[in-house]
Design a protein around this ligand. Structure first.
Ligand SMILES: [Zn+2]
Length: 159
């Protein structure tokens, strides 16, 4: 695809970000997912509208695209997001495995308007015992039995 086509898809993501913010659905973030030069998923931040802290633009667009593609991975897809993804969305994007990502604003731009992910990046790097939300290990051996059963399961779908 030529640069101008990528820009058109990013402009659609930007349009979604502005529309969602103006309707007070959530922060000013938008995302579209494209396969074979067609939009297969759209999303804008809907944290407020859905009372869902995980309803970021990228998460909604990934769910929309997977629903349309009837698959749990975004093979051959390109993701356009109006801002560098937060740690949650970056993780979700890696699980979804699109081919590539275009982003517009940076995480520093987002921090300037009150969306600062730095705290989460620091928490990811910290040992579980040192995180701000207390984490304590419990019943590992009991849970491991299910892992063993999964390991031995012959009819599982790999992903
Ligand atoms: Zn996010």
């Amino acid at each position: 695809m030529i640069e101008e086509q990528h820009q058109q898809f990013m402009l659609e993501a930007i349009r979604l970000s502005a529309q969602g913010a103006s309707k007070n659905e959530g922060g000013p973030f938008g995302c579209v997912i494209v396969k074979n030069q067609r939009i297969v998923g759209r999303g804008n931040n809907q944290v407020i509208a859905r009372n869902d802290p995980t309803a970021h633009a990228e998460i909604i667009a990934i769910r929309d695209a997977c629903l349309h593609l009837e698959h749990f991975q975004l093979e051959g897809c390109t993701l356009y997001t109006t801002c560098e993804p937060c740690p949650m969305c970056l993780g979700a994007i890696y699980w979804a495995r699109p081919e590539r990502i275009f982003y517009a604003c940076t995480r520093v731009d987002a921090a300037h308007i009150g969306f600062d992910d730095q705290f989460i990046y620091e928490e990811i790097m910290a040992e579980p015992q040192q995180r701000k939300i207390p984490m304590k290990q419990l019943l590992r051996l009991e849970a491991l039995k299910v892992f063993s059963a999964w390991s031995d399961k012959s009819d599982k779908t790999h992903y």
